[in-house]
Each structure stands twice: as structure tokens, then as C-alpha cells.
Design a protein around this ligand. Structure first.
Ligand code: MCN
Ligand code: MO
Length: 717
């Protein structure tokens, strides 16, 4: 069997590990003009005038059509594009960009979210209020929950703003041949970009657009949006007739690519004596950053989903949460590994641990008190859907390990060390929408899989090869997988929401099965027998009247006028609900306050795992990303709205030195209803790790923590 086998990334890696994988920056046409953007130095300002150097190819927002997110009159965040210069090479273009003179009239910048809520200054002149989103979630009888409470815990917990930090910044190359526009972009959304470019450029006669995703050095949700730079260089390629190339510097990337998270919850939670969570009341505030309509309305869903997911996998019957989305003059928030679910998990897990600490109840036990036993096609009172889950059984499996870590913690403590254990249950929803695949048999007998998804580091193509190899009973090396190009297939979906394997893989599976049936009919007709009488194994059709290889069958099919391919669109309704429990042991250095993660174990249930090597890779990287939010990552703005942490010497992400050994256990207790029975895993570990580590540090120092990252100076205070 191929499904379930830890196949190495045979499709993606050979070119990458030999240095031959091509990224956007490697694409070079003769006669290319390099584009550099002039970006607002102010977080909030009126643009009075822009003076371009003489004879330069320089375009200000006023010369350009109304394209997404370009500041025409008012800049709304530091780094917002105002103008663009073109030159024969990058150095000339950067020099020219320095010579562009922008006259600003600074406006009061709204930076602090609490200040924004007061509405004294507006993040955009024409806003009537900085509060651009209001929503209410209410279930059960909250008042009586608080009346019956044995203990009420009140606090504010903050899931801080983080900067996605993909290894490769955004960039694109646009080429117009007089009729057709081709754009190579470091994106995770080729079809979205194509559609938007046609919408924007059809009035200039451009209706035929191809978008190609070369190898992409990570995205984590931050390359879903259609950004102004992509639209502008496309327009300039049409206008000038020259190939145009643009690539962000790291500082530009930090300012102009969406940030993540930035939600806080002010809450009151009612508990009974045993730690049963009777009710939650609170206000969830999301700092949306700059109010750029095309972008921020897409982000509302993160806050409204987070509020509904606050029930986690627990029996919460009373909840009243007000949701406020607030505009400020910082970089806009967008999806970042989890997009709404990390914040929800963080909040509910913090509520439980702060409750446990106030009550003197063990953090594992408080979860046992509140957990739902198991679910099947379950709707939460807040309107979320959980397809399947065996939550109590999961706790049972994890419990011995928790106790083992407690013993190790106590041994460390006996030696005078500051050690702590943390636990968190991740409540995830994943895998959304529709996915399309085409599977074709080539004349030489190879199977070619075309996917409409756009994976960019996850390794899904190898998993797709395994799925097709299983159906066709051939070795994975006989499968080719193509993706990331709008010319390959006419409908596609972005890779995000931990969707690709489950939705895209189901499409590959269904298309493969249909193609195999089609081929059986071809062989049956050729041999003059009924398809059911034919045996198929190891890539061959057998019957006592003769046998046919896949290559023979491909040729025979064409001769009969039957094209040997099948397409399938799979739509999931509504999504999967993976979950897990993560447990960690940390030690805090008494002198330096430095946190060392000694052990980290993830018990995750994502149903059927197609490739345990790939899935575990997601757990290693994801857990480190989540740990990084808990311990290192801090986005700092000055009061005027300058991004102070604008590069990697000020914004700390982990290196190999900080990498943690993660042990992963796939539970596979509850499958999804999809043909593969799988659920998404791409985001889950990042969601789980942040509260897990925070809880461990809290246990180590014996004090409640309200702020992330838990920097040494906060820990030692
Ligand atoms: N997998 C599996 N069995 C399952 C589930 C997944 O074998 N039951 C494997 C898949 O084959 C795939 C990987 O695990 O190799 C992740 O699959 P999936 O959970 O479907 O997630 P996606 O492929 O849709 O990836 C998106 C997800 C998201 S939303 C973010 S954000 C994120 C993440 O992936 N961004 C990443 N992981 C990333 N990893 C890299 N290297 N780079 C990013 O930008
Ligand atoms: Mo994502």
C-alpha cells in the first residue's frame, strides 16, 4: 500500500537539494526592467506631492489606474506603496527610488488598539469609527453561570502581532507578449491572482492571463492576498511592453506583507469547585491594521470564527462574546498559519489554565473535567462543526506521558531547577472548499496528475503521487505531478487552511478511480470481454484472452477515440475538525531567564495519514513556529507607527540552535467523511505549541503570564 507509507519527497526535492529548483528571482528575461516601489515613510499621512527624478521611468499613484492598495492621497501604514520606478537593473532602480521626493503632511497615527477604540483620531480620514467590525456571539444563560460560580477568573490575554517571515520574500516577474500576460509570482494563490488581474486589466485589453508559481520559499498564509505590487508590475508590463521584475527586500517584506494574529480577549470565566467551566463572558478585539477595504474585509472572518471556536472541545454551555475589529495604522493583518483558530485555541486554553491555577486544580485534570467525550457530526452551540473526534480517549492515551513529564519536572526541581510542564488541546477546523484534479495516462504508460492546488513547501505532490500509485497499483516513481500553473487546469484553489491533502487528494483519488474504470472499459472492448472479468494489478490488465500494459491501453484508447484522462472536482462539506493534545517540559534558567524546551510531544488526530514523513515534517516545523510565538516573536512599533522590528536582527525567529526535538504520535482514532478519511495537519501543530509552551513556562515560574513573547526580562521580573 502506498497510502500511509513514509515516502521521501521524490517529486519536490531532487531539484531543490541539488540547487536547481527555480524561484521567482531566478527568472530573467533579456531587456527586463527592474521595479522598485517607493513606500510611505509615515504610518499615516496625506500625500501632498511626489516628484520623480527627471527622465526616469517613474509612476506615482496619480499616473496609475486604481489598482489594489496603492496610496493615492492618504498613506495608511508605513511601507504602503506610493510610486514605482523602473530601471535596467536593480541597483539603478534602487538609486532612482532614493531620488524620488515625497512631500507628506503627517496625520495623527492610530497605533495602539486601546487608543483606536476611543475614536479620537481615525486610522483613515473618511472613517466614521475605527471600529469597522462588530459581532456578538451568545449562547446559554451566562448570568446564572456567574451566579452559580465557585470562582470567577478575570483577565486579558493577548495573542500578539507576528510577522510571517517566510524564507523567501514576495516577488514577481510579469511578461506581456502583446496579447497574453504571464506572471510568475511567489504566491500560494495562482488562480486568485489570475482572476484579479483579469478584473483589473481587462479595461486595458488584457483578458488572457497566465499565472505561474515557481518554487516558493514558504508562505504560511501571507501569500494568499493579491498585493498591489503584483497588480502594478503586471500593468507596467502591459504599458511598457517590457518584462518587469520586482522583489521585496526583507524590510519591505516586513512592512508590506500581511502580519498575523493581533487579537486579545478580555474575559471573565465562571468555574465550579472541580474546575468545570460554567461560562465565559468577554470582548474579543482584533487589531486589523490598515483599513484597506480589499484586504481587511477578508480578515473579519478570523475574528468571528475565533469567537465561535472559543468553546474548544469542551462542554461550554454559556458564552457571551462581543467581537470588535479595529482599524489602526499598522500593516494589515491577514491569514497566518491558522488564521483565527490559533487565537481561539490560545484563548480557551489560557482560560482553562488560569482557572486551574486559581482553583489549585491540575491542568490536565481540568481538561478531563471539561472535555466532550466523543463526537460524530456534531454542531457546537456556537455553530461550529466537528466531523468526528474521540477526545476523552485521546486524553487517556496522553495521560501517562503527562505524568512521566511531571516526574521529570519534580526531579529537576529537586535539583533546584526551575522546571515546568505545559499542556494544551488544539481545537482545529481545516480543509475547506473545492479541489480539482486531472489524472491522465500518457502514451508511455506513465500516470500524470495535475492538481489545481498550489502547495509551496508542504510536499503534497508526493502525497498525490502516492494516492495515484495506490489506485493504479504502480510504484510512485511512475507518477508525475504538475501544479502551480493556471494553464494546467482551468479551476483551482489556493493552498491554505490545511486543505490540500484532504480536498486536493480526494480529487486525485476520485479522478484516478474513474480513469481506471475508463481504462477497464477500453481493455474490455479490445479483448471483447466484460470489464468485470478483467483483473488489474501492478500496472497491467489480465484476462485469459490476453494482457495489456498501461502504455498499450493508452494507445488503444486513443485509437478508439477515448481520451485516457479523467477530471474530478471534490467539494468538502463543510470541513474537517482535527485535534490533538500537546505536552511539553521546559526549564527556565534562573540566571538568564532563557527557556529551554526539554521535551515536546504531540498526540494528534488527523484521521488517515497519507504520508507520515510529510505530516511529521509539518509537526516539527509547525511546533517550532508556535513555540517561537510564545518565546521570541515580538512586533514593535514606535508611537508614530514606525516598524522598529523591521529585520531579523530585531525580530527574533528561531534558528537551528533553538530547534526543539518534537515527538509525534498520530492517533488516527477518528476519520473524516472524505474518500481518504484524512484531516488537515498543516496548521494544527503551530496552533497547539503556543499555549503548550506558555503553560509550561507558567508552571516553571509559578506566576501567571499575560503577555507574549515570554521574554527573559518578563520571566525574571
Ligand atoms: N498530510 C498527510 N496526511 C494527512 C494530512 C496531511 O500525509 N492526513 C501531509 C500532506 O501530504 C502534506 C502535509 O501533510 O504534505 C500538509 O498537508 P495539509 O494538512 O493538507 O496542508 P496543506 O498542504 O494545505 O498546507 C497548507 C498549510 C498551511 S494552511 C500553512 S499556513 C502552512 C503549512 O501548510 N504553510 C507552510 N505548512 C507549511 N509548510 C511549509 N514548508 N511552508 C509553508 O508556507
Ligand atoms: Mo494557512
Amino acid at each position: 500500500r502506498e497510502i500511509g507509507r513514509p515516502v521521501k519527497r521524490i517529486i519536490e526535492d531532487p531539484s531543490l537539494i541539488t540547487g536547481k529548483g527555480r524561484f521567482v528571482y531566478d527568472i530573467d528575461f533579456k531587456g527586463t526592467l527592474y521595479a522598485v516601489f517607493i513606500r510611505s515613510q509615515y504610518a499615516h499621512a496625506k500625500i501632498k506631492s511626489i516628484r520623480c527624478p527627471e527622465d526616469a521611468l517613474c509612476y506615482t499613484a496619480k499616473d496609475l489606474p486604481d489598482l489594489i492598495g496603492l496610496a493615492k492621497e492618504e498613506a495608511l501604514y508605513q511601507g504602503q506603496p506610493l510610486a514605482v520606478v523602473l530601471a535596467e537593473d536593480e541597483y539603478k532602480a534602487r538609486d532612482l527610488a532614493e531620488q524620488v521626493e515625497v512631500e507628506y503632511e503627517p496625520l495623527p497615527a492610530v497605533i495602539d488598539v486601546e487608543e483606536a477604540l476611543k475614536n479620537v483620531n481615525k486610522a483613515k480620514s473618511d472613517l466614521s469609527s475605527n471600529i469597522v467590525l462588530e459581532d456578538n456571539v451568545e449562547i446559554g444563560d451566562v448570568d446564572s453561570a456567574f451566579k452559580n460560580a465557585y470562582k470567577v477568573v478575570e483577565a486579558e490575554v493577548i495573542n500578539q502581532r507576528v510577522i510571517p517571515s517566510a524564507m523567501e520574500p514576495r516577488g514577481a516577474v510579469a511578461y506581456f507578449d502583446g496579447r497574453r500576460l504571464t506572471v510568475w509570482s511567489s504566491t500560494q494563490n495562482v488562480f486568485g491572482l489570475k482572476d484579479t488581474l483579469i478584473q483589473l486589466l481587462s479595461k486595458y485589453g488584457v483578458n488572457d492571463v497566465r499565472v505561474v508559481q515557481p518554487f516558493v520559499g514558504g508562505a504560511f498564509g501571507s501569500k494568499i492576498y493579491i498585493y498591489p505590487e503584483e497588480a502594478l508590475i503586471s500593468y507596467l508590463a502591459v504599458l511598457t511592453g517590457k518584462p518587469i521584475k520586482w522583489f521585496n527586500t526583507r524590510t519591505e517584506e516586513f512592512m508590506s506583507t500581511n502580519h498575523g494574529r493581533d487579537m486579545r480577549l478580555k474575559f471573565k470565566a465562571a468555574f465550579d469547585k472541580e474546575g468545570k467551566l460554567l461560562g465565559i463572558e468577554g470582548t474579543l478585539i482584533m487589531d486589523l491594521g490598515a483599513p484597506i477595504r480589499e484586504i481587511y474585509e477578508d480578515s473579519f472572518g478570523m475574528a468571528t470564527t475565533a469567537a465561535r471556536l472559543l468553546v474548544g472541545r469542551y462542554k461550554v454551555n454559556a458564552l457571551k462574546v462581543k467581537v470588535l475589529g479595529v482599524a489602526t495604522n499598522k500593516t494589515f493583518i491577514g491569514p497566518y498559519r491558522g488564521a483565527g483558530r490559533p487565537e481561539a485555541t490560545y484563548f480557551v486554553e489560557r482560560i482553562l489554565n488560569l482557572g486551574a491555577r486559581a482553583l489549585g486544580v491540575d491542568q490536565f485534570e481540568i481538561r478531563e473535567v471539561n472535555i466532550i467525550d466523543e463526537v460524530s457530526h456534531y454542531n457546537t452551540p456556537t455553530g461550529m462543526y466537528y466531523d468526528s473526534g474521540k477526545y476523552r480517549e485521546t486524553l487517556k492515551i496522553a495521560k501517562p506521558f503527562y505524568h512521566e513529564l511531571l516526574r521529570k519536572r519534580d526531579e529537576l526541581r529537586a535539583k533546584g531547577k526551575l522546571a515546568g510542564v505545559g499542556v494544551a488541546i488544539v481545537s482545529e477546523i481545516a480543509s475547506f472548499g473545492t479541489g480539482t484534479a486531472r489524472v491522465q495516462l500518457t502514451p508511455n504508460g506513465r500516470i500524470q496528475v495535475v492538481s489545481g492546488f498550489t502547495p509551496h513547501g508542504q510536499g503534497d505532490a508526493t502525497a498525490f503521487a502516492q494516492i495515484a500509485a495506490e489506485v493504479f497499483d504502480v510504484d510512485v516513481s511512475q507518477i508525475d505531478v504538475l501544479w502551480g500553473d493556471t494553464d494546467l487546469i482551468s479551476h483551482g484553489s489556493l493552498t491554505g487552511g490545511s486543505t490540500t491533502l484532504t480536498v486536493g487528494g480526494s480529487a486525485v483519488y476520485e479522478a484516478s478511480i474513474r480513469l481506471k474504470e475508463k481504462l477497464l472499459r477500453v481493455v474490455g472492448e479490445k479483448l471483447g470481454v466484460r470489464p468485470e472479468e478483467i483483473e488489474y494489478r501492478n500496472g497491467k490488465f489480465y484476462h485469459k484472452k490476453g494482457e495489456m500494459s498501461l502504455a498499450d491501453t493508452a494507445r488503444e484508447a486513443l485509437r478508439m477515440g477515448v481520451y485516457p484522462e479523467e477530471e474530478y472536482s471534490y467539494t468538502i462539506r463543510p470541513y474537517t475538525s482535527p485535534y490533538g493534545i500537546h505536552i511539553a517540559l521546559v526549564e527556565v534558567d534562573r540566571e538568564t531567564g532563557f527557556v529551554k524546551v526539554l521535551e515536546y510531544k504531540a498526540f494528534d488526530d488527523v484521521g488517515v495519514v497519507v504520508n507520515p514523513l510529510l505530516a511529521e515534517g509539518q509537526v516539527h516545523g509547525g511546533a517550532l513556529q508556535g513555540i517561537s510565538q510564545a518565546l521570541y516573536e515580538e512586533t514593535v512599533y514606535s508611537t508614530e507607527g514606525s516598524l522598529i522590528t523591521s529585520n531579523f536582527s530585531d525580530y527574533v525567529i528561531p534558528t537551528a540552535m533553538e530547534a526543539v526535538k518534537v515527538e509525534w504520535k498520530s492517533l488516527a482514532l477518528a476519520k473524516s467523511d472524505t474518500p481518504l478519511g484524512s484531516k488537515g495537519i498543516g496548521e494544527l501543530p503551530a496552533i497547539a505549541a503556543t499555549p503548550t509552551i506558555l503553560h509550561a513556562v507558567e508552571d516553571a515560574i509559578g506566576k501567571n503570564i499575560y503577555i507574549m513573547p515570554t521574554k527573559p526580562e518578563l520571566i525574571l521580573k
